[in-house]
Structure formats: structure tokens, C-alpha cells
Design a protein around this ligand. Structure first.
Ligand code: UD1
Ligand code: UDP
Length: 366
């Protein structure tokens, strides 16, 4: 069986690499890896951490790219790769433009698509934008669905997806965590933050760039001014628009460290050592519950309500006041903090990749 995995951004890579490792263990599977290169440095960091070499890299990224340009370039280049390789199945992950275009190209060539992390929904096309559209579109195309949770399966069934094609596997983010967390881990940033309460922050969503991000960072700046025992570490996304707002609002404060994106091994261990996490990321919402670190999600909607239900995540929007109030509560109220810092993991047992590969073999291997 010829399986091709196609992805192009950091979060897809983190959640697809455990699947690739499992595919490559199978003697009867030929596994090819094609990177779209929607991201560059942030993607390469993950590939290096998991020691995986790609067979193809379409190198589509440009600074400040538009989604239309990314889509057009992937479409043209990937069609040539598919025609050369003629895989039996293409695997894509999640909701990025790379995943959507990779699924669409496969559909045009009548190549079946497997969707890893299928079925997540906010039912709001503007949040996350354009990811809600991408994920739903991939689910129109897919031939086999790897839903991380029962809720994701329920969402697919409500859209009349054939139940025989849906498999609840857990999320491969948990598989990745099993490979990255180290019992004894330290480095210079963590030493700098020790003795303080460390807030770890990430922010990059397209719908937050501009005013919402100014408000989000404004809240963080004020919290640091108010609480002398708080330090912030912010590995800033490579997007130049995000970097500019970060420098303008957060620059020049000695208890805020704005650093380059961390490789996934470092980042997961920073998460484990933080007091709380502020983020608009999707993947971090899956990882934090199993580490028991409270997460304040700076978005208006989440496609990952399981973590909210488990108690580890709280949706706080992007208004300065609501973010500040939520952080104050976690800094001042121990019982509130303890309630949120229970490690309850609704996203699986760390064996999602094995399940996915077993199901693929049963369904598509001759
Ligand atoms: C993309 C995904 C988003 C995902 C995010 C993960 C879409 C529509 N968006 O958004 O779902 O949450 O990745 O981070 O697919 N850049 C670099 N080097 C890198 C990566 C990015 O310089 O390694 C800069 C470039 O200037 C690039 C810009 O960041 O043009 C934006 O990258 P892009 O992939 O278009 O958007 P993201 O916001 O990263
Ligand atoms: N992450 C990382 N280094 C960082 C910040 C995040 O490795 O400096 C990881 C994080 O653990 C999670 C993933 O990147 O697995 C989230 O990616 P991102 O926030 O870029 O995208 P999203 O999840 O929002 O799609």
C-alpha cells in the first residue's frame, strides 16, 4: 500500500509525525512524505525534532503570504507530485490551507483522502478563519475519518457521514507529547523564570491580528505591571504582522521575554513548567489538559470543547478586561487555580497513530 502524507505547517507536522513514524514501521506500507512548505523554519524545527526526512518539499512560503497565493502554488506543484507517485491514499491533518488544498487536489485525481483529526467544529465560519471552512471542506472530500473524540464523531454523523467510515482514535497530539516530555528538563529561560509565576503565551490567529491582538497583549502588559512575581515567556510566531504588534505592545519590559519559536521538545517542556498558558492556538488546547496546566483561550469560540468540559480550558475572548479578570482569578484564587489544574485528558491515550495505521491497513491494504 502506498500512503502519502501531505502537510505544511507546524501544528500539522507535530500531529502527523507520530503517524509517519508508525507508517514507516510497517513492512507492507510505502510511506512518502510531502511538505507543502507553507511554513519554513517552524516546519523544519518539527521535522528535525522527530528525525523525519521529507521526500518532497514544495517550498511555497513567501513573507506575508496570502492564502490565495499559497493555495495556487500548492495546487499546481502537488498535482505533479500526485501524478508521479499515484498513492493509494493521501493523509491530511486538521484544518490548514495546506490540508484543504492537498485534499482537493487528491479529489480531482480520484485519489482517496484520509482525514486525521476530522469532525471538529465551531459552526462559525469566521472563527477560526479560514480553518472552520477548511476542515468542513476536507470532510466533504474524505473517504476515511479519524475522529479524535466521540464528540467529533457525533459532529460527522450529524452531517450524514457514513458511520462505517468514521473511527475514533484519540488525538495524535497526545502521542507526540509521549515523545517530547522529559522528567528532568531545564534551560536558561526556565532558570530566569524560576521563583516567579511563569505565564507562557502564544498568539497568531489571522482573525486576531490587528485590534484584538493589541488588546490581548495590552492585558498581558498590565498584568505584569500589577504582579511583581509574574514573568512572561512568549515564543513569537514568525508572521511579521504578529511580530510588529508584539514589539510595539510588549517590547522593553524586563519581565517579558519575547523569544523565537521553540522547537516542539522545548515548547512542551516549557508548557509543563508554566503556571498558566495564554493562547489562541488550537493544538495547545489539546496538549495542556493532559499536562494539567490551566489555559486561557483568547478566542471567541473553540472547536475543542472537550478541554473546556474537562475544566482545564477557559474561553476568555479577546477583550482586555475579560482576559485580565480571568488571569487575576487564577493568580489570586488558589481554589480556582486548583480546579483548573487537574490533569484530565479527554484526547486519548497516546496510541492514536497505531490505531490509524491499523485501520488503514485493514481498509486499504490488499
Ligand atoms: C497557518 C494556518 C493556521 C495554523 C498556523 C500554525 C492556514 C490558513 N493557517 O497560519 O491554521 O494555526 O499556520 O502556526 O493555513 N512565517 C515564516 N516562517 C515560518 C512560518 C511562517 O516566516 O516558518 C511567516 C511568513 O511571513 C508567512 C506568515 O508567517 O507568510 C504567515 O504564515 P501562514 O502559514 O500563511 O499563516 P499562519 O498564520 O502561520
Ligand atoms: N509549539 C511549538 N513551539 C512554539 C509554540 C508552539 O512547538 O514556540 C507547538 C505547540 O506545542 C502545539 C503547536 O505548536 O503543538 C501549535 O501550533 P500553532 O499554535 O502554530 O498552531 P495551531 O495549533 O493554532 O493550529
Amino acid at each position: 500500500m502506498k500512503v502519502m502524507t501531505v502537510f505544511g505547517t507546524r501544528p500539522e507536522a507535530i500531529k502527523m509525525c507520530p503517524v509517519i513514524r508508525e507508517l514507516k514501521r510497517q513492512p507492507n506500507i510505502s510511506c512518502k512524505v510531502c511538505l507543502t512548505g507553507q511554513h519554513e523554519e517552524m516546519l523544519n524545527q518539527v521535522m528535525e525534532s522527530f528525525h523525519i526526512n521529507a521526500d518532497y518539499n514544495l517550498h511555497v512560503m513567501t513573507q506575508g503570504q496570502t492564502l490565495a497565493l499559497v493555495s495556487g502554488k500548492i495546487m499546481e506543484k502537488l498535482t505533479r507530485v500526485y501524478n508521479t507517485e499515484r498513492p493509494d491514499i493521501v493523509l491530511v491533518h486538521g484544518d490548514t490551507t495546506s490540508s484543504y488544498i492537498a485534499a482537493l487536489c487528491a479529489f480531482y485525481l480520484h485519489i482517496p483522502v484520509g482525514h486525521v483529526e476530522a469532525g471538529l467544529r465551531t459552526y462559525n465560519m469566521q472563527s477560526p478563519f479560514p480553518e472552520e471552512f477548511n476542515r468542513r471542506s476536507i470532510d466533504l472530500i474524505a473517504e476515511i475519518y479519524f475522529a479524535p473524540t466521540e464528540l467529533a464523531k457525533k459532529n460527522l454523523l450529524a452531517e450524514n457521514v457514513d458511520e462505517q467510515k468514521i473511527f475514533v482514535t484519540g488525538n495524535t497530539a497526545i502521542d507526540a507529547l509521549g515523545m517530547t516530555i522529559k522528567e528532568s528538563y531545564s534551560n536558561e529561560d526556565l532558570e530566569w523564570a524560576s521563583g516567579s509565576r511563569m505565564l507562557l503565551m502564544t498568539a497568531h490567529r489571522r482573525e486576531n491580528i490587528g485590534e484584538p491582538m493589541v488588546r490581548m497583549f495590552g492585558a498581558v502588559r498590565k498584568i505584569v505591571d500589577e504582579y511583581k512575581d509574574v514573568k512572561v515567556i512568549y515564543p513569537v510566531h514568525k508572521n511579521p504582522e504578529v511580530r510588529k504588534i508584539a514589539d510595539d505592545v510588549l517590547g522593553g519590559c524586563e519581565r517579558i521575554r519575547i523569544i523565537e519559536p521553540l522547537d516542539v521538545i522545548d515548547f512542551h517542556n516549557y508548557m509543563k513548567h508554566s503556571y498558566l498558558i495564554l493562547t489562541d492556538s488550537g493544538g495547545i488546547q489539546e496538549e495542556a489538559p493532559s499536562l494539567g496546566i490551566p489555559v486561557l483561550v483568547m478566542r471567541d469560540a473553540t472547536e475543542r470543547p472537550e478541554g473546556v468540559e474537562a475544566g482545564t480550558l477557559k474561553i476568555v475572548g479577546t477583550k482586555e478586561k475579560s482576559i485580565k479578570n480571568a488571569v487575576h482569578k487564577l493568580l489570586d484564587d488558589k481554589s480556582e487555580y486548583d480546579k483548573m489544574s487537574n490533569a484530565v485528558n479527554p484526547y486519548g491515550d497516546g496510541h492514536a497513530s497505531e490505531r490509524i495505521v491499523r485501520i488503514l491497513t485493514e481498509r486499504f491494504g490488499d
